[in-house]
Each structure stands twice: as C-alpha cells, then as structure tokens.
Design a protein around this ligand. Structure first.
Ligand code: GLU
Length: 282
C-alpha cells in the first residue's frame, strides 16, 4: 500500500507553504488509495512548543485532512535515534567534531576548490588523547558523518547511489552536502537522522515535500544504503510563491493558517491559493 507522510516541525505556526505540502502529500495518498501519516518533527526541544503542535492538529483538521493515530512525535523517541548513532559509531562512520561554527567556516574558506560552503571533514583525525582531553574539559561537540569513511565502507556502491525524484532517476551525490552533522552532544540526533530513520520505520513508500529539501535527499539516500533501509520514491514540489515570485516563510506571520482562518478565509480558498496576498501581507 502507498504510504506518504506530512512531517511538520512545531517551531512556529503552519503557513500557506505547509498547506500546499500537506495538500500534496494527503492528496497523493488519497488518489492512490493509500494513507498519509502525520509526524511531528520536534527534536529541537528549545524551538518547538506545545501550542504550535496543538495548532498543527487544529489547522490540518480545519483543512479537512485525516490521519491515522497515534501520531509519532519524535521527541518521544530519542532512544531510537541514539541507537542508530551507536550503530554508525560502531561502523566507524561518524566522528566527534569539536570545532566551532567559526572554525568550520575558516576550514571551508581555506580548502582549495571549495566554492559551495561545504565542510569536507578535518585534515587530521583527532588522536584518542586529544579527544580525551577535550571530552574531559566538557567541550561541546557534534557527531558528523564521515563521507570518506562512507566511501570506503560502501566501495563502488557509493558512486552508484540513486533515487527516484518526480518520476526520474537521479544520481545521489552526498558530496554536495559534505560531512553533515548527524547529532549534537546535547540533542543526540538531527533532522537527517531522525527523518530518515522514521521514514524507514513507518514504511513510507512515497515522500512528497518541498524542493527546498531535495538537497537533503542525497544524504538521506546514503543513510538508507548504510543502514539497509528501504528507499522510498521522492516527489519534490515547487515552493509556493506570492504574486511577485517571493517565497513564503515562517516570518510571514500574516500568512499563517491560524491568521487566515481568523480572518475568515475558507479552507477551500487556502487550498486553491485564492488569497488576497496584498491584504494578508505583513
Ligand atoms: N520537518 C521538516 C520541515 O518542517 C520536513 C521534513 C520532511 O518532509 O522531510 O521542514
């Protein structure tokens, strides 16, 4: 059976762009006699708030969407993500990175032929002694995925990774993201790790989301290969823009579903994008 999901983060109120993504995911499931799950991606416990989560349920119900319960809330499952990280550690595919943001940017600037602001990993791996000293002094760190280690681990398979996007086969190129952070010392996971794990756990067959996440899919595909997880089909839809082609973001407060609803806009008009942009612009 076809199974999609809509996976918002309760770090703000849903806006028009979310309504579009939800409509695409729930619509795809409905057209294919499948189901669409709702997943709450709230690993960032400082930015995510219960009132935003409550508003997600209310807004989506108002738009007429239904989903199976119970809903998976990622903050209830940190232990699952830590066990994935432990497996990656055991395979030698992640390393502790103690560098500050500033130091990472300096490393990027120093690297030759690197025009894309990508961190390709340290020049020298920290010795056990250096790492021990940093840990003993309680330095914060992040766990980064080592692309070099992944390349040796997968051998030729690294070069031939691909995924289906909007009906076409795309070559996955994790190098375009570099050594991404898979967990922070304090949080224990990241979007990449939690999302890819949950898509596998929840048997998601089709992932429908905005094109802003297409870049991340290259890393997700790599994680799937390493962990032996199934590979869903992807559909990345264009982001909604206003009459001037400007993209919506959470900062456009007036275009939250909560506000539009309070102003009397109907769910049908929201889904059909029949909004008077000028009137609702902040
Ligand atoms: N939680 C992510 C977001 O709100 C979306 C995750 C996904 O669809 O993969 O941007």
């Amino acid at each position: 059976m076809i199974r999609t999901r809509f996976a918002p983060s309760p770090s703000g109120y849903l806006h028009l762009g979310h309504a579009e993504s939800a409509a695409q995911a729930f619509g795809f499931a409905r057209e294919n006699q499948g189901e669409c799950l709702l997943r709450i991606e709230d690993i960032d416990t400082t930015r995510c708030k219960p009132e935003f989560e409550t508003a997600i349920y209310e807004n989506l119900q108002w738009l007429g969407f239904h989903w199976p319960t119970p809903v998976r809330r990622q903050s209830d499952h940190f232990a699952d993500y830590i066990s994935v990280l432990t497996r990656l550690r055991d395979m030698g595919l992640v390393y502790r990175c103690f560098k500050t943001r500033k130091e990472i940017l300096e490393d990027i600037a120093r690297a030759p032929h690197n025009h894309d602001n990508i961190y390709m990993g340290p020049k020298h791996i920290l010795s056990a002694k250096q790492e021990g000293t940093l840990l003993a002094s309680n330095q914060p760190y992040a766990w980064r995925l080592s692309l070099q280690a992944c390349r040796s681990f997968l051998g030729e398979r690294y070069q031939t990774l691909s995924f289906m996007n909007n009906g076409e086969t795309i070559k996955a190129n994790p190098d375009t993201l570099g050594d991404v952070i898979l967990a922070r010392k304090d949080v224990g996971t990241s979007y990449h790790l939690a999302c890819t794990h949950d898509d596998a756990l929840q048997n998601i067959t089709h992932i429908i989301r905005g094109v802003d996440l297409l870049g991340s899919t290259h890393i997700h595909r790599l994680l799937q290969e390493i962990m032996g997880w199934p590979v869903p089909e992807y559909h990345h839809h264009p982001l909604l823009t206003d009459e001037n082609g400007k993209r919506y973001a959470k900062r456009d407060k007036a275009l939250t579903l909560k506000t539009l609803r309070a102003q009397g806009v109907s769910p049908g008009n929201v889904l059909a994008h029949k909004i008077n942009w000028k009137k609702h612009e902040s």
